[in-house]
Write a protein that binds this ligand. Sequence first.
Ligand SMILES: [Fe+2]
Length: 511
Amino acid sequence: MVTTLDRRGLLIRAAGLAGLALTPAAWTPALAQARLPDDPFTLGVASGDPAPDGMVLWTRLAPKPLDPDGGMSPAPVAVSWEIAEDPGLKRVVARGETLAVAEAAHSVHVEVAGLKPDRDYWYRFRAGGHASETGRTRTTPAPGAEVSRLRIAYGSCQKYEAGYYGAYPHLVADAPDLVLFLGDYIYEKAASDNGVRRHPPVDATDLATYRQRYGLYKSDPNLRAAHAAAPWMVIWDDHEVSNDYGDDQDRSNPDPAVFLARRAAGYQAYYEHMPLRRRSIPVGPRMLLHRSLDWGRLAQLQFLDTRQYRAHRTCDAIAEGKMIPDCAERRDPERSLLGAAQERWLFDTLDRSQAGWNVLAQQYLMGDLQRLDGRYSNDGWGGYFQTRQRVLERWRDAKVANPVALGGDIHTFFAGDLPLEAGGKPIGSEFVGGSISSLGWKNAELRPVLEHNPNLKFGDGEVRGYGLVELTPKTCSVAFRGLESALVPQSPIRDLARFVVEAGEPGLKTA
Ligand SMILES: [Fe+2]
């Protein structure tokens, strides 16, 4: 049995966090007596960032999740947790107690260690006389272990107003080992009139309104169930803060100082609602999100943050909106989508990888998507041409085994190959999208664009859903799982398309 911090240590820490002058002896009885009148576990439970010996367990106490304070008083609340080898939580292998404090919206992030590699665990929290639902999670295989299979489900872009989360019950039924969420977990805009559900009446711009937005999204039972079913690895895109932002540059807010205060609030609320490790605790407008995850020798996943460190947009003066011509600045090698430090980290990580598959989990379509008028979106890799070239060159020059990119953002399913120049030999392949609920391209407009960009082998913007990836030492199989409709709460699903990449043979094949 592993017990993390002792109660006295926790109380002292909490007093520091909450700025309290009370001695532990003075307030232990108050905590022990704390009873919450209403169920505080309305936002469910989650786990994430798994390792061979543990993972993060997450919950947030919020009996009234749409209230600015979640319906909690400012006092800290003791939260106990336990993790077991069985779904009935009879064989408990670790337990402990932590404190939920108002400064973190009464969220808790427990980093469990000391578990066995490559197996399922079940966990539960208790607070104020209530118990949470039980979540299922798992550890990753031991470092270097031979692994025969890894099943990953990945999704992105779940605008609450645009549809229901009918994809998630199917994702849960697909029983993934790991779920990736590749950005746009929330959307920040105020309610519009044309959705199937409604946002709050104001844009999310500060801590209270971002927290409220996560409270709304996480009150969806299908999303909650998906978090309780498997460990998640999360990265953000723009809408967790503001549409199309990059670094300190924001379309709706020309003053960088004002925008950075908003970004700090968005990052803080993101951390509070995601199962992230302590290394990701935000410091002002900065938060560390890029990281890698090993699955034995079978696979390594590298997770990118393409928003926080990117160079400012370019060619704006000659652009209409975010669509830019093939201007010289687009190809400026000094401009990076990742920032110099993250690029160095990525290349060092790729150089060291011993994995059979290298999965780049990031926000966008990586390959060329030139519009019929010759323009590119400057919001993703298209606006940072040389960054993509450097990644592809590193894959090639460091002999990175079997690189595959997964992406989101574009609300459209795309499958394609990634050559260094148009028509060249593929170095890797990519599988993008589609979206859980956000609306995408019309296929009639998409078809000629696909023909114009022969690296793209498949596209469909009219179907909502997620991707399912099955890795074995020999193959990477991908299914695009497409809902019949996201405009109703429950919908059948089918495989919209299936692909396979064979180890040692770059380029995707239709399966
Ligand atoms: Fe999106």
